[in-house]
Design a protein around this ligand. Structure first.
Ligand SMILES: Nc1nc2c(ncn2[C@@H]2O[C@@H]3COP(=O)(O)O[C@H]3[C@H]2O)c(=O)[nH]1
Ligand SMILES: [Zn+2]
Length: 705
């Protein structure tokens, strides 16, 4: 593509290529997994795209060499020499500020070597910068343009020639591969995945030809995969523990705490990246891995800003994974366009960005800056969205840079709708609205449906296994109690569930499940049944057979989406959450009974103490001394409601004392507020919320999760 003089300007090219191949070989995990996540159609398109890009730049470069562009720019810049209009400001002497900015931004001195990993991304950024300057100023000085195009052409030249040569070489090697060396099912899979024809003939020359074309298709896939990976600059290799956990990424009860531990506290970036890769969003929206990593890192920083026990990056990761699980397991993903899938994953990942660890009501009552900005309406949700989009105003974090205007508009609208709907104050309205939408399900509003799914995912931990749910509850309660502490300091009344001394966690959780979580899951499941039925393989099959029946009976065309005839197909999504909801409620009921007994014991003890002290005031000084001795030997009620043993432990003599002794055991029961307080205080002492998480993960591991 470029001329020989140009090629000779690349010192040590071979040595660099050798090193590059070496580093590629090392990232074997990534190579292994990319085969199943890049679709063949996309691969072919991408190959063409990269080759065309290379060709276009070669042409542009040649044009420049022939000075055609130089002449063009001269003529454009010549326009500036027209006489100054009367009254217009005097022409500036020397280079303007914009000229200097442009020279700096298009300077080629600090660019990485053309055959380095970062070069391709730098080159593409240069093209964008040149376009921006051309748009805003109308021209770019020819010397700058020439140097930049030289660099870009060099980079593309390496990409195309290097890989194309290897592709040809490897094709020869592969044609030697014996077809029989590959099992039949693998061949069928290869044929159906990477070629248009699914059938592979059994023997002879024809078979060899087909097999060869499959192999070529696979090689082509690998080639483009390599190109994309290089374009994205980063070869991602997951640690083995993460790889193992990601095998369960589609599961309902995925252990996000274990992932957070395995990733050293970076669960959000790993989960989001992996899910985006699985839906092929990086390729579809031309998102550079470097840019995506920058964005995800910034998201994690924002989620960690207030060191919240619950509303932190692990919750962000949990909701993102839960959304993926619902989309993937129910088949809802088939209902969505690429932009919608991207919006769903993005919304889940950002939905609590920079959460302060307080409720909206707290913001309103304490008149925070955020409440002022958003006029007391969906205060935090508005902030999450606004702050996340603000991140993307930085080019280095802008993962939507390459989206078309129309896609971006749809994407942004959907993200705003979905995240605003996570404001719990819309819960009842949302459920009611969906109920009425389901009464005429032919045309279910996608934004409303997806908003309901995100809202449900946001409150989904009570519908996960007990170990996960119990841990999330502990973290959330501690966050509520911290808000209660602040309210006390500010002289505000306690918000519900925020008083660490009186909150009955177990019974409050039963209420939360009964009145909020279960109805949300129920209506979401009904909605999924209606939406997924017509597009699921079973549903569409049923529709096809129904179509035949109705055509025969009424002579009409085939029914479209969800159109039911005499024998409606009863499609139901797998309500994996139902069993957990029921089971978790049973557990909370057991704990609530214990809490209740404990509370009654405390009240009894308090009454006794009161009666004793009343009697005491009527006693003589001698009686008081005797009484004091008695009290020192009996259990005490501490300020936070737990029962502590007396200073001097004596064998129990009364049934009352026996009762209090057993209540003491219950007072450190798993989900009691005291227990939560005790654990979180330990966490604080160690200086981070990680200590809470790590401790709990260990506990969960012991329990076999
Ligand atoms: N009482 C209670 N509230 C919860 C529970 N899980 C989530 N929530 C609330 O539901 C809200 C959903 O949105 P957020 O994640 O912003 O904040 C969440 C909590 O305020 C729970 O187990 N119990
Ligand atoms: Zn949330």
């Amino acid at each position: 593509m470029a001329d020989s003089k140009h090629l000779s300007q690349r010192p040590n090219l071979r040595a660099h290529r050798g090193r590059r191949r070496e580093s590629r070989r090392k990232s074997s995990i990534f190579e292994e997994k990319t085969i199943d996540i890049v679709s063949p159609g996309h691969l072919v398109g991408a190959t063409n795209h990269v080759f065309c890009m290379g060709r276009r730049f070669a042409t542009a470069y040649q044009c420049l060499e022939r000075s055609a562009i130089t002449r063009h720019w001269k003529s454009v810049s010549g326009k500036r020499l027209t006489p100054r209009k009367k009254g217009s400001p005097p022409r500036r002497q020397g280079p303007s500020k914009e000229d200097l900015t442009m020279s700096l931004e298009l300077c080629t001195d600090d660019l990485p070597p053309t055959d380095s990993l970062e070069a391709l991304e730098k080159a593409s950024k240069r093209i964008r910068k040149i376009c921006t300057f051309l748009q805003s100023r109308g021209n770019v000085p020819s010397n700058l343009l020439k140097r930049n195009l030289h660099y870009i052409a060099d980079v593309l030249d390496i990409v195309v020639t290097d890989d194309a040569r290897r592709f040809i070489d490897e094709d020869d090697e592969l044609s030697e591969v014996e077809p029989d060396a590959v099992p039949m099912e693998v061949r069928d899979w290869l044929a159906s995945t990477f070629t248009r024809s699914a059938s592979v003939t059994k023997s002879g020359e024809k078979e060899k030809k087909t097999f060869r074309s499959i192999v070529q298709a696979v090689r082509a896939a690998n080639l483009v995969d390599r190109l994309y990976r290089r374009m994205s600059t980063s070869a991602v290799t997951y640690p083995p523990t993460v790889m193992k956990l990601f095998k369960q990424l589609d599961d309902w009860s995925f252990d996000v705490f274990a992932l957070n531990e395995a990733t050293n506290g970076q669960a959000l970036r790993y989960v989001t990246y992996e899910i985006m890769m699985r839906y092929d969003l990086l390729a579809k929206f031309k998102i550079g891995v470097g840019t995506l990593f920058n964005f995800l890192e910034a998201l994690e920083v924002g989620y960690s800003k207030y060191q919240n026990p619950y509303h932190n990056l692990v919750h962000g990761a949990d909701v993102t994974q839960t959304m993926h699980s619902i989309l993937f397991q129910t088949g809802l993903v088939q209902w969505l366009t690429d932009v919608e899938i991207f919006a769903v994953v993005f919304s889940a990942a950002i939905h609590d960005f920079e959460h302060t660890g307080e409720t909206n009501n707290f913001h309103v009552m304490s008149r925070t800056e955020t409440a002022l900005v958003y006029n007391d309406r969906a205060v935090q949700e508005n902030h999450h969205i606004s702050a996340a989009f603000r991140l993307m105003t930085d080019d280095n974090l802008n993962i939507v840079y390459n989206m078309s205007k129309d896609d971006y508009k749809d994407f942004r609208t959907l993200v705003i709708d979905m995240v605003l709907a996570t404001d719990m104050s819309y819960h009842f309205a949302q459920v009611k609205q969906m109920k009425s939408l389901l009464s005429c399900p032919d045309n279910i509003d996608k934004a409303k449906a997806l908003s309901l799914v995100l809202h449900t995912a946001d409150i989904s931990h009570p519908a996960k296994n007990w170990i996960l749910h119990e841990h999330w509850t502990e973290l959330l309660m501690e966050e509520f109690f911290r808000q209660g502490d602040k309210e006390q300091e500010l002289g505000l009344p306690f918000s519900p569930l925020c008083d660490r001394k009186t909150t009955m966690v177990a019974s409050s959780q039963i209420g939360f499940i009964d009145f909020i979580v279960q109805p949300s899951f129920e209506i979401m499941s009904d909605m999924l049944d209606k939406v997924v039925a017509p597009i699921s393989p079973r549903g569409s099959l049923a529709n096809q057979s129904n179509a035949t029946i109705s055509e025969k009976v009424e002579g009409e065309g085939s029914p479209q989406n969800g159109d039911q005839s005499e024998e409606p197909f009863e499609f139901k999504v797998d309500r994996v959450w139902d069993g957990h909801l029921t089971g978790n409620k049973v557990k909370w009921k057991e704990l609530s009974t214990k809490d209740q007994a404990e509370k009654e014991a405390r009240e009894k003890a308090a009454q006794k103490e009161k009666a004793d002290s009343e009697a005491q005031t009527q006693n003589t000084p001698d009686d008081k001394a005797e009484d004091k001795k008695d009290r020192e030997s009996s259990p005490k009620i501490t300020a936070n409601g737990t029962v502590s043993p007396g200073d001097a432990v004596k064998p129990s003599t009364s049934p009352e004392n026996d009762e209090q002794a057993s209540t003491k055991e219950e007072a450190v029961g798993k989900a009691s507020p005291e227990h939560v307080e005790k654990r979180s205080t330990e966490g604080e002492k160690k200086g981070s919320i990680d200590s809470i998480t790590v401790k709990s993960v260990t506990k969960r591991k012991e329990s076999g999760v």
